[in-house]
Ligand binder design. Structure first.
Ligand code: PLP
Length: 439
């Protein structure tokens, strides 16, 4: 597609999470991608500072993935996974669990991060019921959490705009406080203060009774609400409290999974094991829609007790374990493993941290946050115009040849794990110029 493609009418596609009228009056079109760059429809290279939408962890344009998907399409394009099987789904599940800590022996396939979240919440509820504790129906999320857009996800999520127009949500949901403390501004890596915020779970337990609480779900690092890094000791504390009270702990690893922090999963990076964790995005390097929920043995086994002819979990999707997505996923894992990409963020993180924090000298900087290959630069808001400064910076970056994300007043970055130091220099250079020129 090139500029001529602008003749395509834009009104048919109702775009997600987009100001449709504003976008369509001045569209930003991407038409090709290779390595760490997109190409815009006016022929410019755009440095990908966000791995697509936190999903193309190995960058773009792998023939290996394309061929694997093509071959699978020609061999068998689709087969159901309800009461039928196809080998590649079993193979992919086995490969995936070998990346996770030993305790995670079972993988439930979904089609997206939102589906993974709703699946994990449903498994947690059904797990307690299977064990005769069906009164555990309460779910605990966290303020400023993002868990996709299903009704489960928006109920445990903590973002007003994602909830307010959509009715009553799930009942019996409560939220922990978010972990963003002003005294931690400009922390490099994990902030020192705030482990105590996890103790709020004890307050909710005292309020509702542990015997009514099924699960707590948190993002190990919250991405969508502006890159919120967990304070040191916070996740450990959540783990201790949930374990003590028999509450299932779910990590939503949709963005932290597949190497973003310098280990395959955040649980390994932080040394904290939840009972289940959700994934999507990087599972196929963003090439085909897919997600997966990883569950510890004890959860899975609690379902395997009734008559053998009984369906143990009345849940699943037409596209659970889609053969073409599994083929793309297997090729993706080959690329991650042969390129050492699942740990590469650990090598780049010190340089990344130094460069992201070098922006502190720019005007209107309120905070800078980073971990692994994630960076967030929060700007001061203009009086009465929340978010307009970050939006302007985002537009200027795109014009200057770099893609970043903006959420609220924060510029969020999550580059492909194949980034080189010079790519970091370019990205931060473009962002710095954009911030400098934005009053
Ligand atoms: N959970 C987290 C932590 C996410 O960041 C996202 C998407 O950004 C989701 C869930 C939802 O994933 P999807 O958009 O694939 O449904």
């Amino acid at each position: 597609m090139n500029k001529a493609a602008r003749n395509i009418p834009l009104d048919a596609f109702w775009m997600p999470f987009t100001a449709n009228r504003q976008f369509k009056s001045d569209p930003r079109m991407l038409v090709a991608a290779k390595g760490v760059h997109y190409t815009s429809d006016d022929g410019r290279d755009i440095l990908d500072g966000t791995a697509g939408l936190w999903c193309c962890n190995a960058g773009h344009g792998y023939e290996q993935i394309a061929k694997a998907a093509y071959n699978q399409l020609m061999e068998m394009d689709y087969a159901p996974a309800f009461q039928m099987g196809h080998p590649i789904a079993f193979e992919f599940a086995d490969r995936l669990r070998n990346l996770a800590p030993d305790a995670f022996k079972h993988v439930f396939f979904t089609g997206s991060g939102s589906e993974s979240v709703d699946t994990a919440l449903k498994i947690a509820l059904a797990y307690h019921r299977a064990r005769g504790e069906g009164q555990r129906t309460r779910l605990i999320g966290r303020e400023r959490g993002y868990h996709g857009v299903g009704f489960g996800g928006i109920s445990v999520g903590g973002i007003l705009n994602n909830r307010k127009n959509f009715g009553t949500m799930l009942t019996g949901v409560d939220h922990l406080p978010h972990t963003h403390l002003p005294e931690n501004a400009f922390s490099k890596g994990q902030p020192e203060h705030g482990a105590y915020l996890a103790d709020d779970l004890e307050r909710l337990i005292a309020l509702h009774g542990a015997e009514t609480i099924a699960a707590v779900i948190v993002e190990p690092v919250a991405g969508s609400t502006g890159v919120l890094i967990p304070p040191k000791g916070y996740l450990q504390r959540l783990r201790e409290i949930t374990k003590k009270h028999g509450i299932i702990l779910i990590f939503d690893e949709v963005i932290t999974g597949f190497g973003r922090l310098g280990a395959p999963f955040a649980s390994q990076f932080f040394g904290v094991e939840p009972d289940m964790f959700t994934t999507a995005k990087g599972i196929t390097n963003g090439t085909l829609p897919m997600g997966a929920v990883f569950a510890q043995d004890f959860i899975h086994d609690a379902f395997m007790t009734g008559p053998e002819g009984m369906i143990e979990l009345f849940h699943g999707y037409t596209y659970s374990g889609h053969p073409v997505a599994c083929a793309a996923g297997l090729a993706t894992l080959d690329i991650y493993e042969s390129g050492g990409l699942l740990t590469r963020a650990a090598e780049l993180a010190p340089y990344w941290e130094e460069k992201v924090h070098s922006l502190r000298e720019m005007p209107n900087i309120k905070d800078i946050r980073n971990l692994g290959l994630i960076g967030g630069v929060e700007l001061e808001s203009r009086e009465g115009e929340f978010g307009t400064r970050a939006y302007e910076v985002f537009l200027k970056c795109f014009k200057a040849g770099a893609m970043v994300r903006y959420t609220g007043e924060t510029i969020a970055m999550s580059p492909p794990l194949i980034f080189e130091k010079e790519n970091i220099d370019t990205l931060i250079g473009i962002l710095g110029d954009a911030i400098k020129s934005t009053v």
